[in-house]
Design a protein around this ligand. Structure first.
Ligand code: SAM
Length: 289
């Protein structure tokens, strides 16, 4: 898979557009649903990006992609619905946070932002001690690099707080990496099983996206306590309780014995071809709300 590294050290691969377009779509959807709730409750929207990166990646253009990363995409979609979120942007790279700060200002994005330099496990626990409202709507986004170190236990701890009950979770996961590391003695960081990453956050409803390719299997795990949350079929995000997701989970956990429909044995056909990448936002999503 072609891979490259941007000036701030973020990697770009063939999987990146799948992630970014899926993220924009999901943020557009989330913003629209939460706008309706917030108009009745007046609660603040909190957006916690655990691996925010620089937000602006001009290097992405050389791959023909948009130059924006998750924090800017999230703010654009939220502001478009008139939501001015409380943002906590976490990253271990100081330069990335500096670029992000400048980009948020330059694009005049509306939010109340705090920037957390360091390990996101510590940042998340510090953020949780600083929650100023009795109840938030919002989203926590976890998008680690190939090392796949999810702060899943800290996420679970924070979601046990009553203020965070209505805050949802999105994780971008290369499930092959997780499975590769979960029992590897050479890993020098805390590793978790794929099962813990999918189910260990404490949210009631879980959705898994059809993976982008047959080797690394990048996918989204989305989790919420909102009982009415439906599948987001436009980005192939399905509830783990349904038949479609049972097939996806079989494929993620037992890839050899259960090939995903649409992917041939030699891996030559990527399901990416089935996706409608023309969708730039979620305005066509009425049927999924
Ligand atoms: C895949 S990139 C994030 C991309 C970003 N979400 C986007 O959409 O553009 C992963 C980021 O995590 C950061 N990172 C790696 N380990 C970290 C840690 N333990 N705590 C916080 N940030 C970390 C890296 O500096 C990098 O910016």
């Amino acid at each position: 898979m072609p891979k490259d590294t941007t000036c701030t050290g973020q990697q770009y691969s063939a999987s990146t557009p799948y992630k970014l377009k899926g993220f924009r779509y999901l943020m557009g959807y989330h913003s629209r649903v939460c706008k309706l709730i917030l108009s009745k409750t007046n609660q603040p929207y909190i957006y916690i990006d655990l691996n925010c990166g620089a937000g602006y990646q001009p290097d992405y253009r050389k791959f023909g992609d948009e130059a924006l990363g998750s924090p800017i995409i999230a703010l654009q979609e939220l502001n478009r619905q008139g939501i001015e979120p409380i943002c906590h942007f976490c990253d271990a790279n100081e330069e990335s946070l500096e670029i992000l700060k400048r980009t948020v200002e330059k694009l005049k994005l509306k939010c109340e932002a705090r920037y957390w330099l360091g390990d996101n496990k510590d940042s998340l626990l510090n953020i949780s001690q600083d929650l100023t409202s009795s109840q938030f709507q919002g989203l926590v986004y976890s998008d680690p690099n190939g090392k796949q170190d999810f702060p899943i236990r800290e996420i679970k701890e924070v979601f046990q707080l009553s203020q965070m009950r209505r805050v949802d979770l999105l994780m971008n996961v290369a499930t092959t990496y997780v499975k590769r590391w979960e029992s590897n003695p050479k890993a020098n960081w805390e590793v978790y099983s794929l099962e813990e990453i999918i189910t260990g956050h404490g949210k009631e409803k879980i959705f898994v996206r059809k993976p982008e390719n047959p080797s690394l299997k990048w996918t989204f795990i989305y989790a919420t306590n909102w009982a009415k949350q439906k599948d987001l079929t436009k980005i192939q995000l399905y509830s783990v309780d349904g038949d479609i997701d049972k097939g996806i989970l079989d494929h993620l956990f037992n890839p050899k014995s259960n090939p995903l429909p649409g992917i041939y044995e030699d891996g030559s056909v990527s399901i990416q071809g089935n996706l409608n990448f023309d969708i730039q936002n979620s305005d066509v999503l009425d049927s999924e709300e």
